[in-house]
Ligand binder design. Structure first.
Ligand code: CA
Length: 239
C-alpha cells in the first residue's frame, strides 16, 4: 500500500519553468511525479500504471487539455485536476462536465496545490467501510467494495462521483443540504460552490437514472439539496 500522504502524479504542463516549480513542490510534498511537456507526451504518459492524479494544463501543444479530458472519458482513475490560467466559470464547468475532479486557476501557491492533491487522494483511497448495500430501484451501491450497479451491471464512476453518491446513499431517504455535501465531498472552502455539485449530480443522474429528466434515485429537494431515494415512510400506526 502506498504511503497515506504520497501519491503517484502525472503533471502535463508545457511551461518549462512552471513545470519545474510544480514538480518540485509535489516532490517536496512527498509525491512521486512524472512530467509531460505537451499533449502527445501526456497521452502517452497516461498509460503509466498506478497513476492516481493528473495535473492537466489546458493550453498545450499538439493535443490540448480539453481533448485529453475527452480521451479519459470519465474513467475511474486517475483523478484529474485541471490547472489553467482561464478562470471563467464556463471553463470550470466545461472541465467538470468532461470528467475533471477539480479546477485550479493559475497562479496558485504550493500550499493550495498540495491541499487539492491531498483532497483528491482522500477520495481515491477512502477509509474502509463495512460491506453495506444501499439500493433504490435497480441501482445498488455497495459501500464496502465501492461497486455501483444498475440492473445488475456495474456503473463506472469517477472517484469523486462515487464519493458524492456514497455520501447520499449513506444517508438514504434523508435530505442532504447542498452546503453539507459540498464541504464533505470537496472540502469546507467549497461550501458555496454550487456549480460543482450541479455538474456532478447531472453526471450521476445521466449514469444512474432511467429517466434523468425525472430522477428517482437522486431527488432534488426544493432549493436546499438532494436525497437518495424516497423518504422513509412515516409510521402512523403506533402500537
Ligand atoms: Ca500552457
Amino acid at each position: 500500500m502506498p504511503d497515506e500522504d504520497s501519491g503517484h502524479i502525472l503533471l502535463i504542463e508545457d511551461d518549462a519553468a512552471l513545470r519545474g516549480v510544480l514538480a518540485g513542490n509535489l516532490e517536496r510534498g512527498g509525491h512521486r511525479v512524472i512530467v509531460a511537456a505537451d499533449g502527445i507526451a501526456g497521452l502517452d504518459q497516461l498509460k503509466t500504471p498506478g497513476l492516481e492524479v493528473v495535473l492537466l494544463d489546458i493550453g498545450l501543444p499538439f493535443v490540448n487539455g480539453w481533448r485529453i479530458l475527452e480521451s479519459l472519458d470519465g474513467r475511474r482513475q486517475p483523478s484529474v485536476i485541471v490547472i489553467s490560467a482561464r478562470g471563467e466559470e464556463a471553463d470550470k464547468v466545461r472541465a467538470l462536465d468532461l470528467g475533471a475532479d477539480d479546477y485550479l486557476t493559475k497562479p496558485f501557491g504550493a500550499g493550495e496545490l498540495l491541499a487539492r492533491v491531498r483532497a483528491v487522494l482522500r477520495r481515491v483511497r477512502p477509509a474502509e467501510e463495512k460491506r453495506q448495500l444501499v439500493s433504490c430501484g435497480d441501482v445498488v451501491v455497495d459501500l464496502g467494495s465501492r461497486v455501483v450497479t444498475k440492473a445488475g451491471k456495474e456503473v463506472r464512476l469517477s472517484p469523486t462521483e462515487y464519493v458524492l453518491l456514497a455520501e447520499l446513499a449513506r444517508n438514504a431517504g434523508r435530505l442532504m443540504d447542498q452546503r453539507v455535501l459540498l464541504s464533505r465531498v470537496w472540502g469546507p472552502s467549497y461550501a458555496g460552490d454550487r456549480a460543482y455539485l450541479r455538474t456532478f449530480i447531472k453526471r450521476l443522474r445521466h449514469k444512474l437514472e432511467s429517466d434523468p429528466a425525472a430522477p428517482g434515485v437522486i431527488v432534488t429537494v426544493g432549493r436546499q439539496g438532494y436525497r437518495f431515494g424516497a423518504p422513509p415512510e412515516v409510521d402512523t400506526e403506533r402500537r
